[in-house]
Design a protein around this ligand. Sequence first.
Ligand code: 5AD
Length: 327
Amino acid sequence: MNKQEIIDILSDNSKNDWLFKEADRVRRENVGDEIHLRALIEFSNICKRQCFYCGLRSPNKEVERYRLTKDEILLSAKKAVDLGYRTVVLQSGEDDNYYSDKLCDIIRSIKELDVALTLSIGEKTFEEYKAYREAGADRFLLRIETTDKDLYEKMHPYASFENRVRCLEDLRTLGYEVGTGCLVGLPNQTIESLANDILFFKEIDADMIGIGPFIPHHQTPLKDEKQGDFWLALKVMALTRINLPNINIPATTAMETIIPNGRLIALQSGANVVMPNVSDICNRKKYEIYPNKAGVNDNELEVRQQLEEKFAAIGRTISKEKGFRSR
Ligand code: 5AD
């Protein structure tokens, strides 16, 4: 699709049913009915950045900060493997405590468990990304958040849009599977810029795209802004599936958070991945990117069983593979 076609679909709600069905069809034909599960470990909520939308931004002094040791991270990773997960995602704020050698040591230990390993730890140098890759990391998630440079720089004090793009290019060069994505419903974000986001995903040939509605957090400068619209986020996701047919697309936690069964709706509108939280339950509430995050009280074992049942009800199964992009 070209930009105008994407804009037309985003601005017209009369064809939504067609769009979601078409994205579902493209998903089935290209990546099949299996859902890939990724076990998410939130290993540190300490962050040096000041992203306007995020509850973990450094100026937020209300958050009780935590940082897991290598042993604690490994314990969660082993639990995930015992539950049958084939991918472990290590996510954190931008926390310089995990300097390169320390993180590489953790990566090597997790890779001994025969899982795919994804990092989601923010902007680093080429050398750092290279070291993690050599230690065994397979994938990296770094959302562009928005391709509107002005909006990007308003939302991210002391950060540059160019560096964000540089990171994604470096990750690609180093042979990672690259995941990116955007927020839908940031203040002053336009439909045209959402269309540009989709074209950007295509241009960099992303392997995974995560899309979620913006949810205002009470301890951030955006506390009085309007929440992003679920259906608009779902449309951006469906259009992403149609334009990048064989990539992995998660049904995001933010979607599940703002409407009941948001995740199942997403799985029937183009998504094929779910990322359950396997972090220690006592830390989960402290990882409050946005309020009322779905899954903070879920027991890991029960969640897996419940998901399996919910997926079966919509004709889907859980994959036993590591779930790399199918080319
Ligand atoms: N609402 C929705 N999503 C958010 N994220 C951060 N803050 C919010 C919020 N308030 C998303 C960002 C980030 C991902 C880890 O969480 O897109 O990349």
